[in-house]
Design a protein around this ligand. Sequence first.
Ligand SMILES: [Zn+2]
Length: 271
Amino acid sequence: MGDSSDADRIDAAASDLRAADAAVALTGAGVSAPSGVPPFRGEEGIWSEYDPDAFDVWRFRREPAAFWADWLDLRADLLDADLEPNPAYDALADLSAAGHLDALVTQNIDGLHGAAADALADRGDAASDALGESDRIIELHGNARRAVCRNCGWATSADDARERAASGDLPPNCEVCGGALKPDAVLFGEQLPRDALATARELAADSDLFLVAGSSLTVEPAASLPAEAADGGATLVVVNLDETPLDARADYVFREDVTEVLPALREAVGE
Ligand SMILES: [Zn+2]
């Protein structure tokens, strides 16, 4: 972010964002990493420590109690109790509240977009009420902060499920029908939530600016969303430490830290 050409590009991207009628952001592991959420892949990733096969939907169905015992371990590593949104999340929440971003689509399951929106609301920003509507935050892979009943759809907080599991209720059961609760994150072998996926596709196709933040765009369907947006003529902005397959099609590429670029972009957009 040091040199003037970066500042110029931030200003130009901010100007496009301000002028956009339908701006959508897609976020991935790169925005959660600065909050201390470990990645799933890579040498230091979750899957280097845990066996992915222990967390697929077939094991959940076969032996939900053992699944939950392992899930509680993984979840403790994934979502530290003190987990908080970082400046990249705050900048995106602020852009949404100010009306410059119409929707946030995320590959992350840590619920940090919701936490950032809540933090903004707590500070008394009335405009942030709009972000409280669930359709503004589209969670492609679910949310590990919730648990949901597979039979009837009853949902509770993951903390509640964890407390019950810790006191011997394994698997934790639905209060309505007694069915086994499942973490509301998409497991291996499960389909992505159909509504979320359809909404994300529609938003991408209808957008005139699409901002990728902290995603290497290698996992479907996230990989194809910016391509669909670009096909429809949207301005494409990519902020990611590593190269992505969409860089060549992007109007702006910032191969830099999201916690620096996004607050700078937010500031340059103005009110
Ligand atoms: Zn139920």
